[in-house]
Design a protein around this ligand. Structure first.
Ligand SMILES: [Mg+2]
Length: 187
């Protein structure tokens, strides 16, 4: 399975949860397959999906799922100790690890070589770190949601991309509808 197939398989599990999605193709795929106000698509700042998701989770009660990539986590390695030391049990970091920088042409990352993001997250102090294969992603994410414990999932999949259109929605609209949705749930 490639990332777009993993995201498609997760749509029923995302349901009406708030999802912060990594820049580039992951956001474009999620937008194409299941656009909704509860999705926050990053149109800039590579590497910060996990940081934004953690911040949103710490600031309010609703569950937040950050979809990140191996390349992005490698770009912002400081995110893992920050997550480990600022526990938010309404936060799930889902790293879709395809061993490549997918959005820039599938150049290999170190996560597909010697570096295990599962081991790094654990070494950083993250308490619930689960590595799964692509086919296991829906059940693994559902279990993490049901656990009500901050969880880091490293989902291993194959590299490869489908053709998807860019997101033309105004970033301000993306932000406003996401925030309104959160405010309504927290009211
Ligand atoms: Mg990747």
């Amino acid at each position: 399975m490639i990332r777009s197939e993993v995201i498609k398989s997760l749509l029923p599990v995302f349901a009406d949860h708030h999802v912060v999605c990594n820049i580039g193709l992951p956001s474009q795929e999620l937008h194409l397959m299941g656009d909704k106000p509860t999705n926050f698509y990053m149109l800039g700042t590579m590497g910060l999906s996990s940081s934004i998701g953690l911040g949103v989770a710490l600031a309010q009660k609703e569950k937040v799922i950050s979809i990140d990539g191996d390349g992005s986590v490698l770009t912002n390695f400081g995110t893992l100790p920050t997550i480990a030391n600022n526990v938010a049990d309404n936060f799930i970091l889902l790293i879709i690890d395809n061993g490549s920088y997918g959005s820039t042409g599938d150049q290999p990352t170190y996560a597909g070589m010697k570096t295990s993001l599962t081991a790094v997250a654990t070494a950083c102090g993250c308490e619930n770190v689960i590595e799964c294969q692509a086919e296991e992603a829906p059940a693994t994410l559902q279990k993490a949601i049901d656990s009500n414990k901050m969880t880091v999932i490293v989902c291993k999949c194959e590299s490869g991309n489908i053709k998807v259109p860019v997101i033309t929605m105004d970033p301000v609209v993306i932000r406003d509808r996401f925030m309104k949705s959160l405010e309504a749930r927290n009211a």
